[in-house]
Design a protein around this ligand. Structure first.
Ligand code: GTP
Length: 597
C-alpha cells in the first residue's frame, strides 16, 4: 500500500457513546472479524468487559475498498476515560484524523469537549458523527446545534449513524478515506519510527505499537532508541488484523507492531523515536510526549498478611504490562507489609485493584487515595511527597504546593446552582460558565486535585441526579496551606490513617475521622480514646466507653446452630482485625472510599 492509500484514524468519544461498538462494527464491515463474533473485540481485559470501558489502547488494521481502490485503514483505539487523556493524546499523535463520536440522545458531554480539543491542538482532521440515531430519544438536530455552538462545526457535515444497526457506516468509512489526509512521511527519507504504545504478551514478550513516520522498517533491521540509546534487533514486524499478523515490513505511514526482545514495558518509552543504528546522528527525535505521571497514590496491603508475596508477584506482572503504575514497598504498624502505589488517576487505581482481585484472586486493603505534594524545605531543597506520613515537620517546611486540575463539567441547567456550590466548597476557582444550548451549561473550574480524589465525582453525580459529566486535565501546582492530620487510638498513632488536608478543612476532616473510627471500633473491656491531631494539637476527640461486645446478647433462648454461626462470624471478623497498641481495629477502618465505581 502506497502511503497515499493509508489512513490512520481514531475514534474519540465520551464514555458509553458507543466507541467500542462502532469499532467492532467497522471490523465486521471490512471483514476483519466475523459478524456475530465475540462482542467488543478491542476491549480485551476482563475489567474492560465488566465496566464496559476501554483501558488499554489497541490498534487494528482494516482493508476497505472504495471506487475499486483498496485502502489500508489503521484504527487506533483510544481509552475513553477521564484519567487517561495522557493515553488518548499519545494514541492520537499516531493519527491524522479522528471520528468525533457523540451519542445523539446524550449530546456533547465533558469528555467530548476534552477530546475535541486534544485532536484540535494536534491539527487532526475531525469527522463529526452522531451515533445511536436508532434510539427513540435521539435528537440529532439539537446535537448538531451543540456541535456548531461549541466547535464551530457545520451542521451539514455531521454524519448520523447507528453502530447498532449499521446504518450509514459505509458512508462513514468513505468519509474517513476522503477527509483524513494520508500520512505525510517519505519512503526515501531515513527511517524514523514513533513508538506510541506497548503491551506485554506472555508468549511474545514486549510488543511495541509503532507508526513508521519516514522510510521503511524491515524485519532484521537494527534500530536504536533515541531516548535511551539502547540498540535492538527487529525480530518481528506486523499488523493487527485483529490478531498479530507478521508482514516482514512496515511502510511509510503504516501502523503496526514490532518485537525487539525488550524485557519489560518500562524499556518501551512511550513517545520514543527509533531509527537505524547507523543513522542515529542524522535522525531527529520526534517531539516527545509527556511521560506518565502518578497523580493518585494509595497503599495496597494484602487482607491476609501471608499473601504479601502473592501481591508482590501480581503487582510485578501488572506493571510489566502497565508501566504507568508506580510501586514501592512500604510497611505500616497497622497494616503490616504492603505497597505504596502511584496511579494516573482514580479510575486507573480502581482498575488495578479490580484486576488484582479478578485475575490474581487477591483481596487487598486499599487506603484512601492521596495526591503528591511538592515540598519546599527551609534549606532550599525540593521533594515530592507521595506518602502523607512522610511529610516533614512544619518548622522544616517553607512551602507546600498541591497539584490542581482544570475540570470541565457539562450539566443540565437545573443542577447548575448545586454544582456551583459544590465547586466552591471544593476550593474551586471559576474560569468559565457558558451555555452549550438552551438547557445545558458548561462549567470550567480550577480545582485542587486533593479535592477531586476525595469523592468529588460521586458528589457531582448525586447533586445532578447522574446527569452531569466531568473531565479534567492536569494544571499548575499552587501553594497551599496543607497540614498533616493524624489519628491516635489510645495515644498510639495509626500511621496508615495519616492524611494531608487543607488547613481550612482540617477540623471537619478530623471530626469526621474520629466519629467514623468510633462507629467502626467495637467496644472493648477498656475505654478507648480516639483523637485527631494537627501540629501536635488534638483538634477532635471521641471516647468509646468500655463494654464487651457480646454477640450472643441478641440470641434469646438456646438455638445452638444460630449461636455457633454467630460465634464463627465473630471469629471471621477477628481475622480481619489489625492491632494498634492494645486496640484491635477492623480492616474496614483503613479502606478508602471507592473512587468512582
Ligand atoms: P468506552 O469503551 O467506555 O469508551 O465506551 P464506548 O464508548 O465504547 O461504548 P460502548 O460501545 O460500550 O457502547 C455503550 C452502550 O451503547 C452499549 O450498551 C452499546 O450496546 C450501546 N450502543 C452503542 N452504539 C449504539 C447504537 O448505535 N444504538 C444503540 N441503540 N445502542 C448503541
Amino acid at each position: 500500500f502506497p502511503a497515499e492509500n493509508v489512513r490512520n484514524f481514531s475514534i474519540i468519544a465520551h464514555v458509553d457513546h458507543g466507541k467500542s461498538t462502532l469499532a467492532d462494527r467497522l471490523l465486521e464491515l471490512t471483514a476483519t472479524i466475523r459478524r456475530g463474533g465475540p462482542a467488543q473485540y478491542l476491549d480485551k481485559l476482563q475489567v474492560e468487559k465488566d465496566r464496559g470501558i476501554t483501558v488499554k489502547a489497541q490498534t487494528v488494521t482494516l482493508v476497505h475498498e472504495i471506487d475499486s481502490k483498496p485502502y489500508l485503514l489503521n484504527l487506533i483505539d483510544t481509552p475513553g476515560h477521564v484519567d487517561f487523556s495522557y493515553e488518548v493524546s499519545r494514541s492520537l499523535s499516531a493519527c491524522q484524523g479522528v471520528i468525533l463520536l457523540v451519542d445523539a440522545a446524550q449530546g456533547i458531554q465533558a469528555q467530548t469537549v476534552a477530546n475535541f480539543y486534544l485532536a484540535f491542538e494536534l491539527d487532526l482532521a475531525i469527522i463529526p458523527v452522531l451515533n445511536k440515531i436508532d434510539v427513540p430519544t435521539a435528537d440529532p438536530e439539537r446535537c448538531k446545534d451543540q456541535l456548531q455552538n461549541m466547535f464551530d462545526i457545520d451542521p451539514d457535515s455531521v454524519l448520523q449513524v447507528s453502530a447498532k444497526t449499521g446504518k450509514n457506516l459505509p458512508e462513514l468509512l468513505r468519509a474517513v478515506i476522503e477527509h483524513v489526509p494520508p500520512p505525510r512521511g517519505s519512503k526515501d527519507a531515513k527511517l524514523q519510527v514513533l513508538l506510541f504504545d506497548c503491551f506485554f504478551d506472555e508468549y511474545r514478550g514486549v510488543i511495541c505499537l509503532v507508526e513508521v513516520i519516514n522510510g521503511v522498517l524491515q524485519k532484521g533491521d537494527q534500530v536504536i532508541s533515541k531516548a535511551s540509546g539502547k540498540m535492538y534487533d527487529v525480530l518481528q514486524v506486523g499488523v493487527f488484523h485483529p490478531e498479530p499478523v507478521p508482514t516482514g515490513s512496515l511502510h511509510t505511514g503504516q501502523v503496526g507492531y514490532i518485537i525487539t526482545g525488550m524485557k519489560t514495558t518500562r524499556e518501551a518509552r512511550i513517545g520514543d523515536t527509533f531509527c537505524r543504528t547507523r543513522e542515529e546522528k542524522e535522525v531527529e527525535a520526534l517531539p516527545g510526549f509527556r511521560p506518565a505521571k502518578s497523580m493518585v497514590y494509595a497503599g495496597l496491603y494484602p487482607l491476609d498478611a501471608s499473601e504479601f508475596d502473592l501481591l508482590r508477584i501480581a503487582l510485578e506482572k501488572l506493571t510489566l504490562n502497565d508501566a504507568s503504575i508506580a510501586v514501592a514497598q512500604e510497611a505500616t504498624a497497622a497494616l503490616g507489609m504492603g505497597f505504596r502505589c502511584g496511579f494516573l488517576g482514580l479510575l486507573h487505581m480502581d482498575v488495578v485493584t479490580q484486576r488484582l482481585e479478578q485475575e490474581y484472586n487477591l483481596k487487598v486493603v486499599v487506603t484512601p487515595p492521596t495526591v503528591p505534594y511538592e515540598v519546599h524545605h527551609e534549606n532550599g531543597t525540593v521533594e515530592t511527597i507521595s506518602n502523607p506520613s512522610q511529610m516533614p515537620p512544619s518548622h522544616e517546611v517553607a512551602s507546600i504546593l498541591e497539584p490542581t486540575v482544570i475540570a470541565t463539567i457539562i450539566t443540565p441547567q437545573e443542577y447548575v446552582g448545586g454544582l456551583l456550590t459544590l465547586c466552591s466548597a471544593r476550593r474551586g476557582e471559576q474560569l468559565e460558565y457558558t451555555f452549550i444550548d438552551d438547557a445545558r451549561a458548561l462549567l470550567k473550574y480550577r480545582i485542587p486535585l486533593p479535592e477531586i480524589v476525595t469523592g468529588f465525582y460521586d458528589e457531582l453525580k448525586s447533586k445532578s441526579s447522574g446527569y452531569a459529566s466531568l473531565d479534567y486535565e492536569e494544571d499548575k501546582w499552587v501553594a497551599a496551606d496543607v497540614v498533616q492530620l493524624s489519628i491516635r487510638v489510645n495515644g498510639e498513632p495509626v500511621d496508615a490513617m495519616t492524611t494531608l488536608v487543607h488547613r481550612s478543612k482540617s477540623l471537619r476532616a478530623g471530626k469526621d475521622a474520629v466519629s467514623r473510627f468510633r462507629d467502626i471500633l467495637s467496644r472493648q473491656l477498656f475505654q478507648i480514646a480516639i483523637q485527631a491531631v494537627v501540629d501536635n494539637r488534638v483538634i477532635a476527640r471521641e471516647t468509646l466507653s468500655a463494654m464487651r461486645k457480646d454477640v450472643l446478647a441478641k440470641c434469646y433462648g438456646g438455638d445452638v446452630s444460630r449461636k455457633r454461626k454467630l460465634l464463627e462470624k465473630q471469629k471471621e471478623g477477628k481475622k480481619r482485625m489489625k492491632r494498634v497498641g492494645n486496640v484491635e481495629i477492623p480492616q474496614e477502618a483503613f479502606v478508602g472510599k471507592p473512587g468512582r465505581s
